[in-house]
Design a protein around this ligand. Structure first.
Ligand code: PLP
Length: 343
């Protein structure tokens, strides 16, 4: 029985063509700035996002931490959504390594921050208070079901940031999914933020890496923090080659992942007790199953070859490169059988 791995879009393996690009990469020592493939990727990523410069980093977590460090001073607070990946799943790096506080604002069900609530969380200038140093947004929003922040949502937060003269960082781990879902160039979404991290290692199908983009001055500072965090890599062109291949070949196909998530949603919604939570907008799909113990249910799905996670009361399926329409149909049928068997 073939395993259908829906745990995450990080489980993707590089395609034969991507492996070929990796094998052919021209290399140099990137800590010396000598790796031509890394340099090409950083330029291509920055251009694609409409920013001056880019920096290849090891992961989305590292990119977000570097952004917070480069925008802020020790002791500052960073405003993040209460369901953001940064506050929930990035090991508290801002606190532990940056001396930065994370101050949360409620994310609504579509991953948005309410401008009035956001304004209220920004610290007044006062000797008693920490300084607010940065606002962060997440697009697409993982915990909010892969929700897309559109230009109206982004512009509302940009407006608050401008009025309070604060920089805005976008955790755009899946910002290409947002752009494809909206049918706009990614630069349109990136334009609302001063810096953006996007992941190569998720829907874009690369084995490793993320890129942080921003102004030339910001990226020069980010480069120093990357080195401090142990992220100065040497012949990193083998990673960058995959990234260059992905920017050219793996972006438009994200629409297939979105269609597969919708197909999964339609199939699952027909099954007894299954409730989508919420309807999928991109490649992330969350659902609940009434009257079942989810850890047990997810374990039974695993035995039936459908690999997924129980994410605190919801089951998560993620569609990605390597998962075809037929796999989704199969996964829904296997789920039907698991439910019928009374798991
Ligand atoms: C929204 C979001 N931001 C950041 C990250 C962190 O990326 P990485 O796993 O590369 O550290 C993830 C990972 O799933 C994510 O979903």
């Amino acid at each position: 029985m073939k395993a259908i791995d829906l745990r995450s879009d990080t489980v993707t393996l590089p395609s034969p063509e991507m492996r070929e690009a990796i094998a052919r990469a021209e290399l140099g020592d990137d800590v010396f700035g000598d790796d031509p493939t890394v340099n090409r990727l950083q330029e291509a990523a920055a251009e694609r996002l409409g920013k001056e410069a880019g920096l290849l980093v090891t992961s989305g977590t590292q990119g977000n931490l570097i952004a917070m460090l480069a925008h802020c001073r020790r002791g500052d607070e960073v405003i993040v959504g209460d369901l953001s990946h940064t506050v929930l799943y990035e090991v508290g790096g801002a606190w532990a390594l940056g001396g930065l506080g994370l101050r949360t604002v409620r994310n609504d069900s579509r991953g948005r921050l309410d401008p009035a609530e956001l304004r209220a969380r920004i610290r007044p200038i006062d000797d008693h208070f920490p300084r607010t140093g940065l606002i962060c947004l997440e697009n697409t929003h993982n915990q909010c079901g892969g929700a897309v922040l559109g230009e109206e949502d982004l512009s509302a937060v940009r407006d608050v940031a401008d009025r309070r003269k604060l920089p805005l960082h976008m955790d755009g781990a899946r910002v290409f999914n947002a752009a494809v879902a909206l049918g706009v160039p990614v630069a349109r979404l990136a334009a609302y933020a001063d810096s953006v991290t996007f992941c190569l290692s998720k829907g874009l199908g690369c084995p490793i890496g993320s890129v942080l983009c921003g102004t030339g001055e910001f990226i020069a500072s980010a480069r120093r923090y990357r080195k401090m965090l142990g992220g100065g890599m040497r012949q990193a062109g083998i990673i960058a080659a995959a990234g260059l291949y992905a920017l050219d070949n793996m972006v438009d196909r994200l629409a297939e992942d979105h269609a597969n998530a919708r197909l999964a949603g339609e199939g699952l919604a027909q099954l007894p007790g299954v409730q989508l939570a919420p309807e999928p907008q991109t490649n992330l799909l969350y659902f609940t199953v009434e009257g079942r113990k989810l850890p047990e249910f997810v374990r039974k799905l695993g035995e039936a070859g459908v690999l997924c996670f129980d994410e605190g009361g919801r089951v998560r399926w993620v569609t990605h490169y390597g998962i075809e329409r037929a796999d989704i149909e199969d996964a829904v049928e296997r789920t039907r059988a698991v439910l019928a068997a009374g798991a």
